[in-house]
Design a protein around this ligand. Structure first.
Ligand code: MTE
Ligand code: LUZ
Ligand code: MOS
Length: 750
């Protein structure tokens, strides 16, 4: 089934935040943000701004009626700076004006007197100075200390990954509209409507029931709107509350890039030990996460780095420690993979470095150490592993050794172009690592004409979750898809939602929807049985017809619905779902945090132009563990998009902050993202066919984040190509591997 949004998307009729018809009297907001990364805020001078034509009001921290606090996990982040600024781009004042132009013009006339304080941008420096967001955490399996003695080869090194700008096409924004009795409705481009609601209530000193948050869809989120949409939703609500007028703010691209956090850069140390048969016996890693100036989601991101520090491998002795380091950058946040990719890059770097020193291909180590069913992850969960199956199928279906031979032959024949190949296995845990967040609700109404309306906590952001919800209801009721409508995500219909994140939205909300539909279906069947003089167990519905023991009767779906209504039987249900079996003990760092894992293997081939340092990703050939995909079109799209986004992170997207903490890569002219020309000429995706029972909706495994990590393969393929040209090159494990770095590597002399 096609994505249900494709029709309105193609016609330009889909409604995003900026498409909501504006109400008369609406004020436009703009933020005055800190030009300095760290300092004492001595005064803010709004005198030249406040009397400008069109300017209605300028709001600062002193105007906040409730708490000046937006921190979700830790209360360490002010909405508007009061006494100190902690990053360039930190909001200081909110201007409200009759037009967007007037608001942005006024922002330029505001002056802040800030006494500069020392700026830290490097996570290792922050850690050395004790600037930590939370105490460090360590995951331990076995005993690395005694294992080193049994290792034939021990290799150490350092690996760094940079951040990544989300670059959702729709920038951050919100539109807050006052209602009667002090209620405020916030239209928010957020992945987490409840986070916006909760924080708005806190800042305005209102009960949560006075804040309605409504989200139609996002023009992309990618994690950037899991926590950081809250700022804009709450700022607009604050403006609406103080002026009793609607307030709208849709950020310009450069405002968004400057003021919001990104994927966390990490700097890491590793030590890996192998026996003579290339079994990895021991692995130690230390991760320095660049959290930015406040906690945001960093503790949870750091945790996922630890969960994924051994990727798709079984290593019997592991010790991994992570530090969440406070720097003076905008607070970094969720981004597709949520710390997992950063952890996986380090183990892949360790394996690549070991292979390099031993003079063998990395694949020899990778394949030998894939996690198998029954093996234990460092956090105590036992694997039900598809890692060897995915690798094997990729090897067989794509002829791995032939591909390698082809690349070698090409390299022998071409002095100025070199091919590189790398294999990237992945393993990603599905569930919020915070166990309590794994819950969802779905509200299903069947109307008397047989049409169906569904509300869940899931937010549509292009990933197709609404289409999947619709498929669930259509399958359970066995009715036409066009009878079903998925409503906006709204905190008045569905309360206390977890954000749409962790790739878990389709599973959690889908299972809740399935449950609600089944409960209504049971009542409909009982009603039909009574009308047709049979047992409810004999009744099924197939293609809109009521059947008795599989034989269609003349009773249609709309008639059945109306008959049941007439009997005063409820045609609505609110169902709750939480996956069974999840638990985790942070004291021992052991438990069963994930409902299941998603596996896969990608073979990535690149060609480097050795005169220029530029390159193409020729092909990404994947065997991906879909379980049993409920929507191959959507899931394939998720794989393709994730792969390209991962390649961007690993090879071209370069975030640059200067030593003063100012973002230099602050526009699309200075920050390179993949375009259509950087999409690999071939992306092949073959499913691993499994029919195993699992906790995925209709056994269709979560697909949102895992494919991004195939992109890591592009980094290692590029390294191999550079080495084919310049075998002596000693390249740091430092992503992204941009054309500049490739060129330096090609001509590095030792
Ligand atoms: N796909 C599109 N088109 N747009 C997005 O913003 N976000 C990704 C992924 N795929 C995203 C996307 C991220 S970070 C997550 S966690 C999942 O979608 C969330 O949706 P799901 O839980 O329904 O998979
Ligand atoms: N968000 C979150 C996430 O709060 N917890 C998670 O475990 C998670 N994982 C992936 C993406 N977002
Ligand atoms: Mo995705 S990083 O869980 O929003």
């Amino acid at each position: 089934m096609k994505n249900i949004d494709s029709y309105t998307h193609l016609r330009g009729e889909s409604v995003y935040l900026d498409d909501i018809p504006v109400i008369r009297g609406t004020l436009y907001a703009a933020v005055f943000d800190s030009p300095i990364a760290h300092g004492e805020l001595l005064s803010v001078d709004c005198s030249a701004a406040k009397d400008l034509p069109g300017v209605v009001r300028i709001i600062t921290a002193a105007d906040i009626p409730g708490e000046n606090q937006i921190g979700g996990i830790i209360a360490d982040e002010e909405l508007l700076a009061s006494t100190h600024v902690h990053f360039c781009g930190m909001p200081i004042a909110l201007v409200l004006a009759d037009t967007e132009e007037a608001a942005r013009h006024a922002v330029k006339k505001i002056k802040a007197d800030i006494r500069p304080l020392p700026v830290i941008t490097d996570p290792r420096e922050a850690q050395a100075k004790g600037e930590l967001i939370i105490p460090p955490r360590t995951f331990i399996l076995g005993d690395t200390t005694s294992a080193w003695a049994q290792c034939t080869h021990i290799i150490e090194g350092r690996a760094d990954t940079n951040g990544q700008e989300h670059l959702y096409i729709e920038t951050q924004g919100a539109y807050a509209v006052p209602q009667e009795s002090g209620v405020i409705r916030i239209h928010s481009s957020t992945q987490g409507p409840t986070a916006v609601q909760r924080t708005a209530a806190r800042v305005l000193n209102l009960s949560m029931h006075k804040i309605e948050v409504d989200t139609t869809r996002l023009g992309g989120g990618f994690g950037g709107k899991e926590d950081q949409a809250t700022t804009w939703g709450v700022l607009c609500a604050l403006g609406a509350h103080l002026t009793n007028r609607p307030v709208k703010y849709a950020l310009h691209r450069m405002e968004d890039m400057r003021m919001t956090g990104k994927r966390h850069p990490y700097s890491s140390d590793f030590r890996i030990g192998l026996d003579k048969d290339l079994k990895i016996l021991a692995y130690e890693a230390t991760f320095y996460q660049n959290a930015g100036a406040a906690a945001d989601l960093s503790p949870a991101v750091m945790e996922r780095t630890l969960f994924h520090c051994t990727n798709a491998y079984f290593i019997p002795n592991v010790k991994a420690t992570a530090y969440s380091c406070r720097t003076h950058l905008p607070p970094n946040t969720a981004f597709r993979g949520f710390g997992g990719p950063q952890g996986m890059f380090v183990i892949e770097a360790a394996i690549a470095k070991a292979a390099g020193q031993l003079g063998i291909p990395a694949t020899a180590i990778q394949e030998k150490n894939l996690i198998r069913t029954g093996d234990e992850f460092p956090y105590g969960q036992i694997a039900d592993s598809e890692a060897p199956a995915c690798w094997q199928q990729a090897d067989e279906q794509y002829h791995l050794s032939a591909l390698q031979k082809e690349a070698d032959a090409f390299n022998a024949a071409n002095p100025l172009h070199k091919k590189g190949l790398a294999v990237m296995p992945i393993c990603f845990g599905i569930s919020f690592t915070k166990t309590l967040m794994n819950q969802a609700r779905s509200l299903v109404h069947v109307y008397t004409d047989g049409s169906v309306g569904i509300s869940t906590g899931a937010v549509e952001m292009g990933q197709g979750v609404n289409t999947k919800m619709l498929q669930v209801a259509a399958a359970v009721f066995s009715i036409r898809p066009d009878r079903i409508r998925i409503n906006t995500t709204n905190t008045y219909r569905i309360a206390n939602t977890s954000p749409t994140a962790a790739s878990a939205a389709a599973d959690l909300n889908g299972k809740a929807t399935e449950s609600a539909c089944r409960q209504i279906l049971e009542r409909l069947k009982a009603s039909a049985a009574a009308d047709l003089g049979t047992e409810p167990s004999a009744i099924t519905i197939a293609d809109e017809l009521v059947c008795i023991n599989g034989v269609p009767s003349s009773l249609t779906w709309p008639q059945l619905v109306m008959n049941t209504y007439v009997k005063r039987i409820s045609l609505s249900e609110l169902a709750h779902y939480t996956p069974p079996g999840l638990h985790y003990n942070p004291a021992t760092e052991k438990g069963h945090p994930f409902a299941y894992h998603v596996y896969g293997t990608a073979i990535v081939t690149v060609t480097v132009d050795c005169l220029r340092g530029i390159y193409d990703v020729d092909s990404v050939k994947v065997v991906h563990d879909f379980g049993r995909s409920m929507n191959e079109l959507i899931d394939r799209g998720q794989c393709e998009g994730g792969i390209v986004q991962g390649i961007g992170w690993m090879t071209m997207e370069e975030i640059v902050y200067d030593k003063e903490g100012r973002l230099r890569s602050n526009a699309l002219s200075t920050y390179k993202v993949p375009d259509i020309y950087s999409v690999p000429a071939e992306i092949s995706i073959r499913p691993l066919q499994t029919d195993k029972d699992n906790l995925a909706i209709f056994r269709s495994k979560a697909v949102g984040e895992p494919p991004l990590m195939y992109g890591i393969g592009a980094y290692f393929a590029l390294r191999n190509a550079v080495k084919a040209f310049n075998p002596g090159a000693v390249l740091p494990y430092d992503a992204p591997l941009t054309p500049e770095k490739v060129l330096m590597g090609l001509y590095q002399i030792h």
